[in-house]
Write a protein that binds this ligand. Sequence first.
Ligand SMILES: [Zn+2]
Length: 181
Amino acid sequence: MSESTTFPGDEIASIEEFEAGNNTFDDGDMVRAATVGEKFLDRKTRIASIKHPKTLSIPKVGDIIIGSVAAAMSSMIAVTVEYINGKPTTSKVECVCSTRNLRKKNVALINDIVTLKIVNHLNGTIHATIDEPNLGVLFTKCRKCGGKVVQMRDAIKCTECSWIDERKLSTSFGSSDFVRL
Ligand SMILES: [Zn+2]
């Protein structure tokens, strides 16, 4: 597999090696790109195709995203973006969010569903903030037993084992319709 940006008419593979797939055409000699996009050469099926940029949605500065926490470290979390401004995305890009300035030990834990705002793109990394009332954890479970939790002021309490834990909760925490499909 190899990926690079193409423009319409770009040669992407020889027809001796690959068949023309999505968003490409075959000029009798070469498989060429029919659209701007990302070249995708599937060496197993021998099909060359172009992934259209519409499917490669990258959140922009100011966008509100919803995603699942892929990694939680002491001063930051990494989040796999699932929704951008309420719309599902298949590109599964990751953004990082600093949690250093929040006076909480557990801002969000791995697999929590969080909502964040994109603040900048720096060195190829998408940075987001969680430090606004509407931003934060939308869904989480008990760290001890995996049980359902309920909000207690700015903490959460497990309905199974009564473990009390902290998170940076969104003001939308607990509302089940946070994702509008
Ligand atoms: Zn529990």
